[in-house]
Design a protein around this ligand. Structure first.
Ligand code: GDP
Ligand code: MG
Length: 404
């Protein structure tokens, strides 16, 4: 749009963009990427203006006037897939990189973007292709016995594949938490120190703390992270008998939140044993205000803490780590499973392999085993976007922001 000057690929050029009447819309930097060395694999021009939404709108309108078309959500990434610049798992990694709530999640998304997970999957697919090819070659000589050695080799290869897929599946629970985060709900009787605990864990005065019972009536949220896993902490209204309709509604919300939570923390008050019993199932039991009664014997499922002084909070963090299984991978793995879609596809592939393995015992069932391997191959192919994946594409790209 700047006129006739030739633009060199990958060089930033100062440009002035004009409207139909030659009036200046904005000035800025123009970058040209020539196909196929661009994000989408097509010729791409990037214009970097001043960022004022009004000027951006005018610039966009002018581009549309000159024949440009607006990109649909994920439009650029979709083109990148079509031009073989990335596979589907990498495209998902683009969204994961943009949405990552912690540095650890972002690093993991970058690894997926680098194609580590995709390479693992395509390696498994190649091994499956080899298996099928071996069986087909054998079946062509149906007259002869399949050599025992070949049979044993096949079985070893299948079992190794199953092991590799299971190893990947073992990372899924933590991997998915890394991206979806976990909801941790704090429940307990009024005045036990739930809000004080929320403030202590997130390191700021998020919730109002007071000696007056019934201070927290609605659900309060605070975000924090443990070992790079995003955690949403929910503080709730104290659970007790009350005729106050607002409190009753607060308690109803607290119970719903606890039912939907990944983890429930019960807070009890060391100085008030009527608060020790939990009306709802909890995963971690905390005895708060232990500074008031340091010598008090407490039931052993409780962790003694003082939300006020910070005592015992390290033990609480350790308990959270254990429950979230944050150590199940080091973060240095080349690949981990980070989405339900990948987990389901890998687990389907694993199930086909297990079924195929059982059929490996007899030659008459060898062709059915090969069929299972083909199914396993297709399941893995869905991860990379191989096969009939139009619907999957539509679903994934619906999660992109416009233009990415
Ligand atoms: N001594 C002591 N007091 C605490 C502790 N935690 C909270 N409190 C006090 O207990 C009262 C109720 O606290 P709050 O967090 O509002 O309780 P909630 O109703 O469960 O949210 C406030 O006066 C707090 O200062 C603690 O660990 N030790
Ligand atoms: Mg409170």
């Amino acid at each position: 749009m700047s006129g006739q000057a030739r633009v060199t690929p990958r060089h930033a050029t100062m440009a002035c963009w004009r409207d139909a009447a030659s009036g200046v819309i904005d000035r800025g930097i123009q970058l040209y990427f020539s196909a196929p060395a661009s994000y989408t694999g097509e010729d791409v021009v990037e214009l970097q203006g001043h960022g004022n939404p009004i000027l951006l709108r005018a610039l966009l309108d002018r581009a549309l006037e000159l024949g440009a078309e607006p990109a649909a959500p994920g439009g650029f990434t979709r083109q990148a897939i079509e031009h073989g610049k990335m596979d589907l798992s990498q495209a998902e990694a683009v969204v994961a990189t943009i949405d990552a709530a912690t540095l650890r999640a972002a690093h993991q998304a970058q690894r997926q973007l680098d194609g580590h997970f995709g390479r693992f999957i395509s390696d498994c697919m190649e091994r499956l292709t080899d298996l099928v090819a071996t069986v087909e070659a054998c079946l062509d000589f149906a007259e002869e016995e399949l050599p025992l050695r070949t049979m044993a080799q096949l079985r070893d290869q299948v079992r190794q594949l199953i092991t590799d897929l299971e190893r990947a599946l073992a990372t899924a629970a933590t991997g998915e938490r890394l991206f979806n985060g976990v909801n941790v709900v704090i429940i307990g009787a009024p005045n036990v120190g739930k809000s004080t605990l929320l403030n202590a864990l997130c390191g700021r005065d998020r919730a109002i703390v007071s000696a007056i019972a019934g201070t927290t009536r609605d659900i309060l949220e605070a975000d924090l992270e443990i070992d790079g896993i995003p955690l949403r902490l929910l503080d709730t209204a104290g659970l007790h008998e009350s005729s106050d309709t607002i409190e009753q509604e607060g308690m109803r919300r607290a119970k719903v939140a606890a039912e939907q939570a990944d983890l429930v923390l019960l807070v009890a008050d060391a100085s008030d044993d009527s608060s020790w019993h939990s009306p709802i199932h909890a995963n971690i039991y905390l005895m708060n205000k232990c500074d008031l009664a340091p010598e008090l014997p407490i039931p052993k499922q409780f962790i003694a803490i003082s939300a006020r002084s910070g005592e015992g909070l390290d033990q609480l963090r350790t308990a959270l780590r254990d429950h979230l299984d944050t150590g199940s991978f080091s973060g240095e793995e080349d690949y981990i499973i980070t989405s339900a879609r990948h987990r389901q596809a890998v687990s389907r592939a694993r199930d086909h392999l297990i079924r195929g393995d059982k059929l490996l015992s007899g030659e008459e069932t060898l062709d059915i085993a090969a069929l299972e391997w083909r199914c396993a191959w297709s399941s893995l192919g869905e991860i990379l976007g191989i096969g009939d994946v139009e619907q999957i594409l539509d679903r994934i790209f619906a999660t992109f922001c416009i233009g990415k």
